[in-house]
Design a protein around this ligand. Structure first.
Ligand code: FES
Length: 163
């Protein structure tokens, strides 16, 4: 099992490894826990302020726990003029959360970004790294319903196999 200790193996006292270590930490926990960031600063020999600066600079890092599914709605100019605000309304209505927050069951986190680099295909939604283009509120509703159903079935099967 991967732990922070194993992540740091061979990287201690190597400040240039900071971004890679934070990426691995993000993959491990789904976010960057405060105590782990302190340890990374100490072990790599990087000022804690610099660790936070890097963590806040890159959109791929989160300082708060995220849901199992991260839905990112692009609200950049090209997507905005093609109806990104309708997609925000859809997720807010369907999941009952605002962008930047996570559902109570921990299944979904919704985020907004300014551009994901696929402007010609907008509006764009990214779910767990997978891009969906020319998105409509109806397609988004189906995507969320399908994800919810798939996760429910997976946990049901998991519960059955434990019996
Ligand atoms: S503005 Fe949405 S992909 Fe560029």
């Amino acid at each position: 099992m991967t732990t922070l200790n194993t992540l740091l193996e061979g990287r201690r006292s190597q400040p240039q490894q900071l971004v890679e270590v934070l990426q691995d930490l993000q993959d491990l926990h789904g976010y960057l826990p405060e105590d782990a960031m302190n340890t990374v600063a100490l072990e790599l020999g990087v000022p804690l302020m610099e660790v936070y600066r890097v963590a806040c600079f890159y959109k791929c890092f989160s300082l708060k726990p995220r849901g199992k599914n991260v839905i990112t709605v692009c609200t950049g100019t090209a997507c905005h003029v093609r109806g990104a605000n309708l997609l925000i309304d859809q997720v807010q209505g369907q999941l009952n959360i605002k962008p930047g927050t996570t559902t109570e069951d921990g299944l979904f986190t919704v985020e907004c970004v300014n551009c994901v680099g696929a402007c010609a295909l907008g509006p764009v939604v990214v779910q767990n790294g997978s891009y969906s283009h020319h998105m409509t509120p109806g397609k988004l509703r189906k995507m969320i319903d399908t994800t919810r159903k798939t996760k429910k079935e997976a946990s049901h099967e998991q519960a059955q196999s434990k019996r």
